[in-house]
Design a protein around this ligand. Structure first.
Ligand code: 5GP
Ligand code: ZN
Length: 145
């Protein structure tokens, strides 16, 4: 199991720092966020230390993803929320503050103060096709390969 001795979430998943756990599996733990966007805000944390989502092995990402529907149902039912956001912040610019990859499940309410949606850009000319090509090239193929 990979671990960073200086990492807060490694200490939490190993039980060295207390947390309000709501679900545990062999590969992940789900806890309440200590400073929630709304009460019931859950963090799903893989037990292994990986700083960012891009570094996660596919099978670990799939395992954590498989917990999202059940946790979302539980958070929404327990809080009476009208909906939820599931997000991963990756990198400081995206708001990541703890560099041990984790998923947020955030209950949302019709009258809550959270600012959403984000501002939206638009594509001009062939920008959309060129952008898709650049990403496909990084992926090593085409979307229909
Ligand atoms: P990030 O900004 O990295 O996506 O999310 C980190 C989250 O961890 C924040 O929402 C923050 O409130 C939460 N957090 C920071 N320290 C602790 C802690 O000691 N315990 C718990 N349960 N959550 C924490
Ligand atoms: Zn860690």
């Amino acid at each position: 199991m990979s671990r960073d001795p200086k990492c807060l979430f490694c200490k939490i998943v190993h039980g060295e720092i207390p947390s309000a756990r709501v679900l545990e599996t062999d590969r992940a733990v789900a806890i309440l966020d200590i400073n929630p966007v709304a009460k019931g805000h859950v963090l799903i944390i893989p037990r292994d230390h990986h700083a960012q989502v891009a570094e996660l092995p596919d099978d670990l990402a799939a395992h954590v993803g498989s917990l999202v529907p059940r946790l979302t149902r539980a958070v929404v039912a327990a809080t009476g929320a009208d909906g939820s956001n599931t997000i991963i912040n990756s990198g400081r610019v995206a708001g990541q503050t703890i560099f041990h990859c984790h998923w947020h499940v955030i209950p949302r309410f019709e009258d809550d103060p959270v600012r959403w949606p984000w501002p939206h850009d638009s594509y001009l000319g062939d920008e959309m096709g060129r952008t898709a090509s650049l990403i496909q090239r990084e992926l090593g193929g085409h979307a229909d390969d």
